[in-house]
Design a protein around this ligand. Sequence first.
Ligand SMILES: NC(=O)C1=CN([C@@H]2O[C@H](COP(=O)(O)OP(=O)(O)OC[C@H]3O[C@@H](n4cnc5c(N)ncnc54)[C@H](OP(=O)(O)O)[C@@H]3O)[C@@H](O)[C@H]2O)[C@@H](O)CC1
Ligand SMILES: [K+]
Length: 476
Amino acid sequence: MRYAHTVQAVRDAEDALMARLPEGVLMQRAAAGLAAVGAEVLGRVYGSRVVVLAGSGSNGGDALYAGARLARRGAAVTAVLLSPERAHTAGLAALRAAGGRAVGTEDAAAPIARAHLVYDGIVGIGGKGGLRPQAADLMRAVYDARAAVVAVDLPSGVDADTGEVAGDAVRADVTVTFGTYKPGLLIDPAAGLAGALRLIDIGLGDDLGVPAVEALQNADVAAMLPRPGGESDKYRRGVVGIVAGSDRYPGAAVLAVSGAIRGGAGAVRYVGGGGAAVLARHPETLVSTGSPHAAGRVQAWVVGPGLGDSAAARTAVEEVLASDVPVLVDADGLRLMSRDAVLARNAATVLTPHAGEAAALLGRPREAVEASRLDAVRALAGAYGATVLLKGSTTLVASPSALEPVRVNPTGTAWLATAGSGDVLSGLAGSLLAAALPAADAASAAAYLHGLAARLTPPPLTALDVATTLPSAWPL
Ligand SMILES: NC(=O)C1=CN([C@@H]2O[C@H](COP(=O)(O)OP(=O)(O)OC[C@H]3O[C@@H](n4cnc5c(N)ncnc54)[C@H](OP(=O)(O)O)[C@@H]3O)[C@@H](O)[C@H]2O)[C@@H](O)CC1
Ligand SMILES: [K+]
């Protein structure tokens, strides 16, 4: 698992650790990591030209010390001080002692134009709001110069705790972050500005509390997924029921079933008007029409993709929500469900909106959801007492309890923004629910496998390609 902690958690851990260590040790650990990554990006340090953009806080201090380390190895290092009278005194002295020089912003154009590498040490976890105009101007000059940008701890101007970006922010090629990831490095829009992430261990480990955000890695997913044993039969492996598609949208039925069949459940029941299309593609499906209740035993339901908004569709959503097994509600189901029905449930509920659907449920504009994804997913999970998977550029999964870390999916790809891919995801997640995974595990493992399958599929991909590739994404 990769963990991200809030600024407050980092500050608390730092205080606890600093009380046990001599002054300046943490900053030297940070600077050493920063210099090592800078050297890697440069390839050859000796003879290279490096610019350090240094704000007045410790973020600038880290960058100045890293610049000093590269200057000692033969780089020509120029620090651009955003507030010369408030620059980090010891860092600046170290840079000068190593042969580097410092200028004010009025003299920044020439060194920036010739730089191979620029450290963004403008602001780190102490930042508020977007870049100030002076810093934003400097960054425009950096992009024109095409130097590689290494952000110190965070791309300056992004919100460390939320991933929100209010105004201008640095666009980095690499971000070197210290002690732990910050939520903003993993969640869009900020994550999209961070480039490649490098975590430098500065020893905060044991002092960091519960993470705010976490991202599954391959071994986590492998440990969660169901594996049939000698005693398995289809009911022990889990039967998932899919209420999706209609005479008008049989494709959604096929896609949801395709995802479900590759999710490890022992069997898939399909209920609805798309049965003929489903059987043509997946003859192993148990197909029926009429009431979900009459379809036979299931261990989890998926309801909603391509359901339309007929009275029968509404009744089907109500029936499924009234059941005592886990239920995943997607697409049309999200419009047809009542909040009270979700709140009244005893078994787990998983809602899988994209930003537009989340916006409708929350009564916010879509852009507000996209700009504040972490807040939106937490608010929905709280309001519905449900596990919520918010799809998008960084898919998030929040549990109903605000104490649980929000999971961010690391495997997404923009190619997944294609018709029907959400139907495959719902089927897959439903299948994992039927196999008795806890709701947050089912949702986040499904997002992980779905994203990985999309990455393994040659583009341009279709939703059905993703379903077909799922077995290759399944960890061994
Ligand atoms: N925690 C740890 O374990 C360790 C932390 N370490 C490092 O310390 C960093 C935190 O340092 P920090 O607390 O000094 O704050 P920091 O990010 O430099 O910002 C404060 C300055 O920014 C300014 N400023 C604010 N907003 C701005 C904006 N929008 N645009 C422009 N400027 C803005 C603000 O100016 P003011 O408002 O005062 O005018 C103030 O001067 C952390 O990210 C990491 O790099 C490492 O050394 C290793 C151990
Ligand atoms: K920074």
